[in-house]
Write a protein that binds this ligand. Structure first.
Ligand code: MRU
Length: 358
């Protein structure tokens, strides 16, 4: 797994920054998001095991991006299995797929993508599976970008009058196949003259807001101000913020929304101040197999991520830290869920079931 400078890949980079996941010359490259914004460097992944490790270690993050990366990881697993035994590649790749499915627990897009690839695996004829699986992974990648553009257009129309918005974590091009979900809404709304400014919560402990969201938006020429998440209530109380716009890692059948830790607090504060909450997510993020948010596994990561900041230790010696990285925002605090199939206002089980039938 080597680091490669961006120039060496000769990519066609657009302002959408839709280059977090790159398949080029039969190889998988991930922009190492841990190094942004200081360095734009890619990691080349040569196996499914390396792909699982890259997801666990946050080289790539964000629910749709995790799913798309996993789909390419399935291609690498099949390639290795077929090279070892053209007759038994399906069995040989099984342990790789199990490990891939466990690389992060909360974003349902991971399971969704692996299941879609497994369907393709079942239908493939005898012979080398790589071309068929690669076509499926690329289709998934492309469909995600198209879904985000639709989400952006639908969400932007709902904003109404020009306003400032608050976003949390990074639900942008970096977190998806490209364009972004919450930031897709922001991009579309900004083009339509509906966004004055985006306030990006810095998002402890990985700083996805200050490192990634602010990076993406400033490259796109969209006015962005970083603030600590503790500042959100103060910011809302001063006026001028019409919406909180966030993404999601998994939405339960009743409309409860799991997203980056701190989203729940933001939604409570928003309701108090009369600020509306929009959740922008593709239908691949909706998990109809879980009835409510409390049934969704919440990833708890190392205490060191909270006690340290980069190389420096901030926690007092010997103290403990609790580091759940997602929380559940009850459906009652969500004004609208925007998907590529349409918007669900005041979401509940009945409305989501109807959406998923379409
Ligand atoms: O821990 P992360 O960085 O993977 O968390 C990402 C988020 O919580 C995003 O808001 C969510 O995945 C939506 S991305 C379109």
């Amino acid at each position: 797994m080597g680091l490669i400078d961006m120039e060496a890949l000769n990519l066609d980079i657009s302002a959408d920054a839709d280059h977090a996941i790159v398949w080029q010359n039969n190889r998988l490259y991930l922009l190492d998001q841990r190094l942004l914004p200081e360095q734009e460097r890619y990691i080349e992944l040569q196996s499914c095991a390396e792909t699982s490790a890259a997801i666990t270690d946050m080289v790539v993050r964000g629910a749709p991006a995790i799913g798309i990366t996993a789909a390419y990881g399935v291609v690498l697993a099949a390639r290795a299995g077929y090279a070892t035994s053209p007759a038994d590649w399906r069995q040989l790749m099984r342990p790789d797929l199990v490990a891939l499915g466990r690389s992060r627990p909360t974003a349902v897009n991971l399971r969704w993508a692996i299941e879609r690839m497994e369907e393709v695996i079942r239908e493939l004829p005898d012979g080398d599976p790589e071309a068929g699986l690669l076509a499926a992974a690329m289709r998934m990648h492309q469909e995600d970008v198209e879904a985000n553009r639709r989400i952006g257009a639908i969400g932007a129309r709902l904003l109404g009058a020009p306003t400032s918005v608050i976003t949390h974590c990074n639900a942008g091009a970096l977190a998806t196949g490209g364009y972004g979900t919450a930031l897709g809404v922001v991009r579309s709304a900004f083009s339509a003259g509906l966004i004055d400014r985006v306030y990006a919560d810095e998002t402890r402990p990985w700083f996805q807001g200050s490192r990634l969201t602010a990076w993406e938006l400033s490259r796109a020429g969209i006015p962005v101000t970083v603030m600590t998440e503790g500042s959100a209530a103060r910011r809302m109380s001063e006026g001028g913020v019409g919406w909180v716009v966030v993404g999601s890692d998994r939405i339960a059948a009743n409309g409860d929304v799991v997203n980056k830790i701190g989203t729940y607090a933001l939604a409570v504060v928003a309701r108090y101040h009369g600020v509306r909450v929009m959740v922008a997510a593709p239908t691949s993020t909706i998990d109809m197999t879980v009835r409510r948010g409390s049934d969704i596994p919440i990833e708890v990561r190392s205490p060191e991520e909270v006690l340290n900041c980069g190389e420096r230790r901030f926690g007092a010696p010997g103290v403990e830290a609790w580091n759940p990285v997602f929380d559940v925002t009850p459906a009652a605090l969500v004004d609208v869920i925007v998907t590529e199939r349409g918007a669900v206002h005041m979401p509940d089980a009945k409305k989501l079931a109807e959406l998923m039938k379409t």
